[in-house]
Design a protein around this ligand. Structure first.
Ligand code: FAD
Length: 381
């Protein structure tokens, strides 16, 4: 067993992204939240920094690094804005789906623009019938005269109205054993018959758009199919398990660091009984718990990300990282609000936003119950 530490290059990357987050994200995060506006204009800048396609090879416009580096970037950005964090992480879900399941032509066609941030991506899987009932999706794809007609409605879709590239899974029939066959298609934003529906007014992760995407005889050619007919379940599952949950774990690890740093700062500045409250043992217990939650979330996250980079199976590890980080972030935000007394509920401080963002992170990528089912299945195997 080796001692876990980041390489010098990873520490340098962290510093660059932290500087970016402090100058471009921190000063605007509260406004994006208040206005519920996705700062889509930042994506080209994220592209210049090599963040969008950090795990994609350079030949497709990526940076040629891995998922540990991706988690570092998402943690640093989400330290200040979970909303931008989830918009970026979902954009990277689309990059991952095309990178891991697209053919050479599809990769060359879509990845350079997605990595540069010229175009934004999204992944449309969830339907009103229930996100947990993944295989019960009702949207359909039907072949007609060599093209495909897509019909149905997807809901809770991050980047719904800002995405230029939409990866959607639909039913395209049944396999020989009568099981539902899902297929993944890559659609352009302006595909005829595709439109964006209602935008949700969310409690948290505001500053990312979440809404419906509607397909009404949306017509595409068969070269828009990723990997092949019937590969949609595998593509969506692997993307959500190893890229989506990884992203949510990294976002909440960033929120946990925010709680830790804000609690240290506030407790050193707030004076009661003639001394900073950091001298009170009850307050020190809160700081200790915030530190413990941040470190355990980091260890689970970066272990899973290192396993992904090493090509090992890591779905259970990401389920654990996501479950722990999201639930711990809610607890840490509540604890930090308690530590701050009345100031905890004042919007000048970011901690109330951390609480809302952490709560909104729990269902995204599968609820806590679903993560527990995955973990339990693994230990019972
Ligand atoms: C901020 C945000 C962003 C999102 N972005 C996207 C996106 O970009 N693309 C996308 O496709 N989806 C996205 N989603 C949807 C997300 O994946 C779903 O919300 C999630 O899968 C849960 O589905 P549901 O909301 O329909 O809840 P349901 O599936 O209806 O679950 C309802 C309740 O039943 C429980 N439950 C379900 N099954 C079981 C079981 N077997 N045992 C015990 N309890 C169970 C759940 O834990 C929950 O408490 C996003 C969601 C949010 C909140």
């Amino acid at each position: 067993m080796q001692f876990f530490e980041f390489t010098e290059e990873q520490e340098m990357l962290r510093k660059v992204v932290r500087d970016f987050a402090k100058s471009e994200v921190a000063p605007n995060a509260a406004d994006w939240d208040e206005e519920d506006r996705c700062p889509a204009e930042l994506f080209p800048l994220l592209g210049e920094l090599g963040i969008n396609g950090i795990f994609a090879p350079e030949e497709f416009g990526g940076t040629g690094l891995g998922h540990v580096e991706r988690a570092i970037c998402l943690e640093e950005i989400s330290r200040y804005s979970g909303g931008l964090g989830i918009a970026l992480m979902t954009h990277q879900l689309a990059i991952a789906a095309i990178l891991y399941y697209g053919n050479e032509e599809q990769k060359s066609k879509y990845l350079p623009d997605l990595c540069s941030g010229k175009r934004i991506g999204g992944l449309s899987v969830t339907e009103p019938g229930g996100g947990s009932d993944f295989i019960g999706q009702k949207a359909t794809g039907e072949e007609k005269d060599g093209n495909w007609l897509i019909n149905g409605r997807k809901c809770f879709i991050t980047n719904s109205s800002v995405a230029d590239i939409d990866i959607v899974t639909v039913r395209t029939g049944e396999d020989e054993k009568g099981r539902v066959q899902l297929t993944a298609f890559v659609l352009d934003q302006d595909t005829s018959g595709r439109s964006v529906g209602r935008k949700e007014h969310k409690l948290g992760l505001r500053g990312s758009v979440t809404g419906d995407v509607i397909y009404n005889n949306a017509e595409v050619e068969s070269d828009r199919i990723l990997k092949g007919l019937g590969a949609g379940a595998q593509i969506a599952m692997a993307s959500i398990s190893e890229v989506g949950r990884a992203g949510m774990a990294a976002i909440c690890t960033g929120i946990l660091r925010g709680c830790l740093e804000e609690s240290i700062k506030f407790s050193k500045e707030r004076v009661l009984y003639g001394k900073p409250i950091s001298k009170l043992q009850g307050i020190q217990f809160i700081l200790a718990e915030n530190k413990l939650d941040y470190d355990t979330a980091s260890l689970l996250l970066y272990r899973a990300a290192a396993m992904k980079d090493a090509g090992k199976s890591c779905a259970t590890e990401f389920a654990m990282a996501k479950l722990h980080a999201t639930e711990a972030a809610v607890n840490a935000a509540k604890r930090t609000m308690d530590l701050m007394g009345g100031y905890g509920i004042i919007n000048e401080y970011p901690v109330g936003r951390f609480m809302r963002d952490a709560l909104a992170s729990i269902p995204s990528g599968g609820t806590s119950a679903i993560q527990k089912i995955i973990i339990a299945a693994s230990v019972l195997k």
